[in-house]
Design a protein around this ligand. Structure first.
Ligand SMILES: [Zn+2]
Length: 209
């Protein structure tokens, strides 16, 4: 069983509250501080996390193939998808902005979805990964997640600036909604997962080494 450096709360009959962090006895049904149900492990969270992740992955398709912005200039309408928008920025010599948009709207969402997919698979299918890699990757995913609203910020900023200039009219197009939902569902997928399931998986692997 557990060695001294691998002791988990459940081995000691303790369980932290997922809402307030209070340490309770596993035998307690409700948190003594906030009254939330005490759950040593939330196995149902794995299914919910998969459901959100798969939804996010499906929504990536409309987010990428439909136009994300509509520009109207002297009655001439230009629609851009995420990718053609990035190309347009490159051609307009706005490379730094193109890089920000590429990072925020392609790199980060993909890395996050693939990363979460690997974690959920590691728990669901008992995959073998080194403890170090999984831990580093987990913190990386948390860290990049906070940058994923950047693209919506860039879109809204562009729309505001362009409209203020009165030169042309810009509006977010259908893919903007799909993209916002991709971000939302990816965040939900990471949020609902009981990460203690991942640590259990790591402990199990430690035992096999
Ligand atoms: Zn509590």
């Amino acid at each position: 069983m557990a060695t001294t450096n691998g002791v988990q709360g459940k081995d000691l009959g303790l369980c932290s509250c997922r809402d307030c962090g209070q340490i309770n006895q596993v035998s307690d049904r409700f948190c003594c501080r906030c009254g939330a149900p005490v759950q040593p492990r939330d196995y149902g969270s794995l299914q919910r996390s998969w459901a959100f992740l798969i939804t996010a992955a499906i929504l990536l398709v409309p987010a990428n193939i439909y136009p994300i912005t509509t520009l109207t200039k002297s009655g001439h309408i230009t629609q851009d998808t995420i990718f053609s928008g990035i190309l347009r920025l490159v051609h307009a010599d706005m490379l730094p902005i193109a890089i920000i948009v590429f990072t925020a709207s392609i790199l980060v969402p993909w890395l996050k979805i693939v990363g979460l997919g690997i974690y959920l698979s590691a728990i669901s299918f008992n995959l073998k990964f080194s403890k170090q890699k999984l831990t580093v990757g987990f913190h990386f995913i948390e860290w990049i997640g906070r940058w994923s609203m950047l693209d919506l910020f860039v879109i809204s900023l562009t729309v505001a600036l362009v409209n203020m200039g009165q030169l042309l009219d810009a509006k977010p197009a259908p893919a903007a909604t799909a993209f916002a939902l991709v971000i939302l569902f990816t965040q939900m997928s990471a949020k609902v997962l009981d990460t203690r399931l991942l640590w259990d998986q790591l402990e199990k692997q430690d035992d096999t080494h």
